[in-house]
Design a protein around this ligand. Structure first.
Ligand code: AG3
Length: 286
């Protein structure tokens, strides 16, 4: 008997992973949650049918969404994480001794509970004393804060379903307000490759450019996401993602990483022409 998980990437393309067994399936107040075990990718988490992470390639996503802003900001003490119920960003962030407080806003308490039980590889730092988890909609949470955070990391689902509000002008504007005068926001920024993903990517970029003075996009290779070519947004009030990279200081921390390094950091901001063209069109249309 063959058991396969498939994610439909376009109406003509799907990606399938052979599964040994299903570890969990449940419906929360917000979404369907599934966890599988597979021979190639280890355990993996699916929300509403979409791939969130696998044990084999999650290091790429979590290192790139966390270490890029942390290597630019000179003194990140207070960090907000939006979404991220699997704990991967918390794991990476808690490796920084300089971080004093982490607020995490996750809409779905059940995702955290399921990940604690079935995905210990990512959900391993939820008990860190610096962390406070707020079970709330990030869109609403952020309205109440001003001049509060050094770094905001938006680790959302795709821009439909529970994550939709995290791709709106209102949300980005409020992130700007919630950041200190030299704050940085990064977000998962969809893929430039398939048409529907590229449309979502351009729409997100347009809204971020409208809210932040400095707004660039960087890339990583994530095998289990649509097309494998994924983008992140870097939006900032003061620091440029490449010119203000503090490579020597970051390297002196001695953090062992499997994907991120400070040369790759610079390279990740040099984008293929077809991606630069999509971004330039958005910037022109403003
Ligand atoms: N955040 C979801 C990235 C989007 C994946 N999209 C897809 N498979 N269609 C990942 C959460 C990891 N902490």
């Amino acid at each position: 008997m063959e058991l396969w998980y498939s994610e439909v990437h376009t109406k003509n393309v799907k990606m399938s992973i052979r599964v040994d067994r299903q570890l969990y399936s449940g419906q929360s107040a917000f979404q369907r949650i599934d966890v599988f075990e597979s021979p190639e990718f280890g355990r993996f988490l699916i929300l509403d049918g979409y791939m969130m992470l696998t044990e084999k390639d999650e290091f790429i996503y979590h290192e790139m969404i966390t270490h890029v802003p942390m290597a630019v900001h000179p003194d990140p003490k207070h960090v907000l994480i939006v979404g991220a119920g699997d704990g991967g960003v918390v794991r990476e962030l808690t490796r920084y001794a300089s971080v004093e407080r982490i607020d995490m806003v996750e809409i779905d308490e059940q995702v955290v509970a399921v990940c604690r039980e079935f995905l210990p590889q990512t959900a391993c730092a939820f008990d860190d004393a610096r962390l406070t988890i707020h079970y709330q909609d990030g869109l609403k949470y952020i309205r109440d804060y001003q001049d509060m955070y050094d770094v905001i990391i938006v680790d959302s689902t795709d821009p439909f379903g529970p994550g939709e509000g995290l791709f709106t002008r209102e949300f980005y504007g409020n992130c700007f307000k919630a950041l200190k005068e030299d704050g940085i926001m990064v977000n998962q920024h969809e893929s430039p490759f398939y048409d529907d993903d590229a449309t979502a990517m351009r729409r997100a970029h347009k809204r971020i450019v409208e809210s932040f003075d400095i707004s660039r996009v960087y890339q990583a290779h994530i095998p289990t996401y649509p097309s494998g070519h994924w983008l992140f947004g870097f939006a900032s009030k003061k620091y440029h993602p490449v010119r203000d990279l503090r490579a020597a200081a970051w390297n002196a921390l001695g953090l062992a990483t499997r994907y991120y390094n400070t040369n790759l950091h610079k390279g990740a901001f040099y984008l293929p022409n077809y991606v630069e063209d999509q971004l330039a069109n958005v910037e022109q249309d403003l």
